[in-house]
Structures are given as structure tokens and as C-alpha cells.
Design a protein around this ligand. Structure first.
Ligand SMILES: [Zn+2]
Ligand SMILES: [Zn+2]
Length: 303
């Protein structure tokens, strides 16, 4: 079962050096979730073979243009393609008016479009289905901004096929074992669940925290996540600028990742001041060695 992040755009503010503004797709099993939708996001989806028609939920961190200007084009394409599947967009307040103003007055889309306002003051559960939970946590930026944390939900246990034959298990017994229960055989023998099932696979998680000051208040929410994408707009040569614009440096992001004990840090939201990105990796790597550069088209998988 797949759990993979594909980065569509990794630049801050404006496109530069072939890099697009922020957008990403997280695939959890066979579902696709869009995170932010900077200009050109749908073109990037074509470039990287993302089945955009399968996206049913979009999560927007905040309303700065480099995170939302791709939405009108994407919605227009969905409508032209006769999409029928509902689309739910989660974001801080104000996105609905901003997006609908871009569509022709009186336009009725071919599909139900629903906007959901996310609390930007308190952490909250914003979405949950059979495979994943999505939490929003407040970030510290110039306008109301949230980060999103995706957590895979427990799956039924896998049963050892040889045990089905050995004990001639019935369907209700197999169901009980998959639910983690012990199984009572007809002869009165009680089988512990561990005997019948494979060890549960670890649950995977991803945190998307872009456009924020590096502030320790987020650490409890991202403790131990497998993958963390964190704002690294600047390097130390522009640390003052990072504080002034309410962004982070690569070193600061690495300090957060280290304190939170995450599995891997992905750098991103690079300022257009930087053509070369190696310095981000160097500065973050001095603090936290499990760091990689966020790159467009790259897929970051958790197995
Ligand atoms: Zn931004
Ligand atoms: Zn911003």
C-alpha cells in the first residue's frame, strides 16, 4: 500500500530557475490529496503523471498567491472535462470568495465544489476517511496559516494463509483474527491472535509545514512523523530576512526536525535568491543528518 509524496512546485513567492510555486500531491494507498496549489500545479501534474481527476480533497495552507493561484485553472479544467466527482477544499477563511471571483459570474460547475474553513488558532481534525486522518496546526506567518499532518489509520491484520488450512478456520473466525481477536476452535482450543496473523505494519505519517517561523510550539504535533516538509525559504546568510518575512532558514528547520525526532526532513519553499540549492542541504545537515532537498518531480516514499 503506497504512501508517497510527489512535489509539484518547491519555490517561494515567484517561479524561478525552472522551479514552480508550492504544490504537492500525497498518495495514500489509491487516494490522491493535493497540498497547496501554486500557479502551474496542473501542468506539473501532467508532467509527473499524477491522475488529477482522482483528487477529491485539497488542503491549502494559507492564502498567499504562491499557494493558491493554480486553483482557478485546475477547477476550470475539471469543469471542461465534465468532472462529476465532488471536490472538497480545506483552507483558512476567505478562499471561497477569492477563487469564485476568478470564475465567470454565474458559472455553474459540472461538479459539487465545497469549501471548508479551517481553524487557524487551534489545532483541529479537518478530515478523516477510512484510510487517513488529517490534522491542521496553526503556524506563525504574516497571515492565518496552518500546517497539515496526515496519519495513516490502522488497517485490518493480515492473516497467515497456512494457518487457515492448518486450523480449518471459518469465515467468522478469519474476520475475528483480522480484527485482532483471539479465536476459539470447536475443540475448545484458544488460539492467540499473534499465532494467526502477521505483525501489523507500522502506520505512516507526513507533516506539511510551509511558510512559518521555526517555532517550537509545533513540535508536539509532529513528534515522530515519518516525513516532515518544513519551510526552508532561506539559508543563514538571510536569517534576518527569514525572521522579518516570517519564514525559516534551513538550519532552523533542521533544529525543529531534530527536536521532533522525525524520520526525514524535506527542505523546500526556496527563495528566488538561490539558484543553487546545495547550501540548504549543507546547513540543515550540520544539525540533522536525515535531510533531503525537496525537488520537483521527485517521489518520497515511506514503505
Ligand atoms: Zn509562500
Ligand atoms: Zn506565505
Amino acid at each position: 500500500m503506497k504512501f508517497a509524496l510527489t512535489i509539484l512546485g518547491v519555490n517561494a513567492a515567484t517561479p524561478a530557475f525552472g522551479r514552480f510555486p508550492t504544490s504537492q500531491v500525497l498518495q495514500v494507498h489509491n487516494q490522491f490529496f493535493l497540498l497547496d496549489c501554486g500557479e502551474g500545479a496542473q501542468m506539473r501534474m501532467s508532467d509527473f503523471d499524477i491522475p488529477r481527476h482522482k483528487i477529491q480533497q485539497i488542503f491549502i495552507s494559507h492564502l498567499h498567491g504562491d499557494h493558491v493561484f493554480g486553483l482557478p485553472g485546475l477547477l476550470f479544467s475539471f469543469d471542461l472535462n465534465g468532472r462529476q466527482l465532488p471536490l472538497d477544499i480545506y483552507s483558512p477563511a476567505g478562499l471561497r470568495d477569492m477563487v469564485l471571483a476568478q470564475l465567470r459570474p454565474g458559472t455553474s460547475l459540472s461538479f459539487p465544489l465545497r469549501f471548508h474553513e479551517v481553524d487557524t488558532i487551534h489545532p483541529s481534525l479537518v478530515f478523516e476517511n477510512e484510510i487517513v486522518r488529517v490534522e491542521a496546526v496553526p503556524l506563525k506567518h504574516g497571515i492565518p496559516t496552518v500546517g497539515y499532518i496526515f496519519r495513516e489509520k490502522p488497517r485490518p491484520l493480515n492473516i497467515r494463509s497456512e494457518k487457515i488450512e492448518e486450523y480449518r478456520l471459518t469465515i467468522p473466525q478469519i474476520k475475528a483474527a483480522k480484527a485482532g481477536e483471539p479465536v476459539l476452535l470447536e475443540n475448545g482450543e484458544l488460539l492467540e491472535n499473534q499465532e494467526l496473523t502477521l505483525p501489523p505494519t507500522p502506520l505512516r505519517s507526513y507533516a506539511f509545514l510551509t511558510d512559518t517561523l521555526a517555532d517550537d510550539s509545533v513540535i508536539p504535533f509532529i513528534k515522530g512523523v515519518n516525513l516532515l516538509y518544513f519551510d526552508t525559504t532561506f539559508c543563514e546568510d538571510h536569517a534576518e530576512n527569514a525572521a522579518f518575512t516570517m519564514h525559516s532558514t534551513a538550519r532552523q528547520a533542521a533544529e525543529i526536525a531534530k527536536k521532533a525526532g522525525v524520520g526525514q526532513l524535506i527542505c523546500g519553499h526556496y527563495s528566488s535568491r538561490y539558484r543553487e540549492l546545495d547550501v540548504f542541504l549543507e546547513e540543515a545537515g550540520e544539525v540533522f543528518e536525515k535531510v533531503v532537498l525537496g525537488e520537483e518531480g521527485e517521489s518520497y516514499q515511506i514503505v
